[in-house]
Ligand binder design. Structure first.
Ligand code: ATP
Length: 296
């Protein structure tokens, strides 16, 4: 079921076009990742989705409500984690959450519930200015979850965090998605994070240039390659080329682009005494992304 619908949206800053005729949908309970280079338009899109700015043209709706005409109702359904933390550095984690909760007129248990979800009870009384980047991000997410939003917008939530902290944060966010049907829209530069999404949009210079599931994108835009490192390489390449089958040298190894599992099995059977070390490499999301930049 479509939860967020962006239809033909353009956004100009003065004469600069940051988004051009963007259309996308996000289904309820799914996680959608927006990928793109610096300046591609990701933050602009998030700003539009969380009603901080309005489109120059086009429509956006959330749970059936138009963002420009039903802004208050929409805002009650969203949580946002901005690229830059919006917590007050001089206050404790608890004070930050409590003040925010009062603004939402949230119930008394909301702060405890949010702190428990992000596992930050132990740093509740610490001043935000003295927290590590990972602890601060947890507090940011706890703040965004205070009103129990239906959709969470995450604008590069893990930039600058170490791999272990990123993984911990993601296991919390994914659990929320799974258990509470939370809809998530994420922008990120980390391709392994986008890999966890149900659907991906790649933006380049304000336009959507690729879209699909992570596996669909890989299947469509990348190749599976067999690399033969050791063995009777000269014999293999001679036979393959004589039979009209593509086979290339790559840095003193043999490279064969595979089109099917059957082809891989046939090669291994044909050269079982000639191959002593090989590897089959599937295309990655990074290949999809970089190939787009190269094409551009
Ligand atoms: N308030 C603004 N006024 C004028 N131009 C802006 C404004 N905000 C963004 N832009 C421009 O719009 C384009 C898209 O910017 P945006 O911040 O959306 O990109 P981004 O994909 O989020 O980049 P990054 O990954 O670096 O955060 C850029 O060319 C940027 O300079």
């Amino acid at each position: 079921m479509t939860y967020v619908a962006v239809k033909n949206v353009s956004k100009f800053y003065g004469t600069h076009c940051a988004l051009k005729a963007v259309s996308l949908t996000v289904n309820k309970g799914t996680m959608v990742a927006i990928l793109g280079a610096n300046g591609a338009g990701k933050s602009t899109l998030i700003s539009l989705l969380c009603t901080l700015t309005t489109p120059t043209s086009g429509q956006i709706s959330l749970a059936g409500d138009d963002l420009t005409t039903a802004t208050t109702r929409v805002r009650a359904k969203i949580g946002v984690v901005f690229q830059q933390s919006v917590l007050d550095e001089r206050l404790s984690v608890y004070e930050n959450l409590q003040i925010r909760n009062r603004l939402y007129q949230g119930d008394e248990v909301a702060v405890e519930r949010s702190m428990t979800a992000l596992n930050i009870g132990g740093i509740a009384n610490r001043c935000v200015g003295a927290l590590s980047g990972g602890q601060r991000r947890r507090a940011d997410i706890a703040r965004a979850l205070l009103p129990q939003p239906e959709v969470l917008f995450l604008d590069e939530p893990t930039t600058g965090l170490d791999a272990q902290t990123r993984r911990q944060l993601w296991s919390i966010i994914k659990a929320k998605q799974r258990c509470e049907q939370l809809t998530i829209v994420l922008t990120t530069h980390y391709l392994e994070e986008a890999e966890q999404a149900n659907y991906i949009y790649i933006i380049d210079q304000g336009q959507i240039v690729r879209e699909g599931t992570p596996s669909g994108l890989k299947q469509h835009y990348t190749q599976t390659r067999m690399l033969i490192y050791k063995g009777n390489l000269q014999r293999i390449i001679t036979i393959e080329r004589a039979a009209g089958r593509p086979c290339e040298w790559e840095n003193q190894h043999l490279l064969i682009v595979l089109t099917s599992v059957a082809q891989c099995v046939a090669l291994l059977q044909r050269y079982q005494t000639d191959i002593s070390r090989f590897e089959v490499k599937e295309g990655s999301l990074e290949d999809v992304y970089l190939r787009r930049l190269d094409d551009g």
